[in-house]
Design a protein around this ligand. Sequence first.
Ligand SMILES: C[S@@+](CC[C@H](N)C(=O)[O-])C[C@H]1O[C@@H](n2cnc3c(N)ncnc32)[C@H](O)[C@@H]1O
Length: 311
Amino acid sequence: MQFVHIPVMLEECMKALDLKEGGVYFDATLGGASHTMEILKRTSPSGKVVATDLDEEAIANAKVKLSDYLDRIKIFNTNYKNFNEVKNLAGIDGFDGALMDLGVSSYQLDNRSRGFSYMANDSVLDMRMNRNSDKSAWDVVNKYDKSKLAYILSVYGEEKFAENIAANIVKARQVKPIDTTGELVEIIDRSIPFKFKQNGHPAKKSFQAIRIEVNEELDGLDAAIKDIIRGLKKGSHVAIITFHSLEDAIVKRTFKDLETDCICDKRLPICVCNKKREIKILTKKPIEPSEEELERNPRSKSAKLRVAEKL
Ligand SMILES: C[S@@+](CC[C@H](N)C(=O)[O-])C[C@H]1O[C@@H](n2cnc3c(N)ncnc32)[C@H](O)[C@@H]1O
């Protein structure tokens, strides 16, 4: 299958990164490599990228796409949460900028064998970005107890009918395991009253929730953002694209925390916490895709870009 991923807010990201010829940049989520390729082009002839991705297939495809630039890129098949280790292995003292384009790629969504899409009927329930990981969507759907399932659907999917869906999943799997995306979609569909099905596909929120759980997308995101920012040179920028409100809330909160100076009780005569402001937030409100981009790439719909400068 061909790896097609239309990059989201490409121009906005390049501008946000304030690219310099010869700079060294970190791309936490290489994916289809469109952002990385653009960084490499615009920092020619000697700019470099260090990139991570959990997905071996994405990396194999990216290497083909980036074949003219392989001397200027180092790719690590690992979680961006291992940023500090990657930075050491790559031998970089400080990066000139970093990009995180969170979530799944179009390739992962469109590849039926990966089980990310509620549009495919017959895919196995997988949803792992890292195919060596031992927790798949099948495990979540078939092994989690009812209350844990309901919690995940409600919190990660913001699904109103989480309790209903969880109850029906548990009932269905008492007869036989739920093996395919189609079987899961059918259970979700009949758990939601008709009049609440007008806004998009009924399984969208539940699939998002299960995917977040499988890939532990929110766990440790704040710590990873802090590590990445602390690995930047002074004056460098970090640009983060999110695709749902929970991720965006974490980025917003983490930026706010890093921008805050001393948090001591105001009544104390001197600071004892020693907390120092580490960044300046450059986007008071997140940047969103233009009308033109939304038309050209409807998948960019929920994207939000936040940018900060390392002090
Ligand atoms: C939205 S895509 C990135 C697209 C990319 N910017 C491009 O230009 O094609 C997100 C990618 O990040 C990867 N990813 C998601 N979470 C990750 C993590 N914690 N560590 C490393 N890679 C991750 C996914 O496997 C996917 O390939």
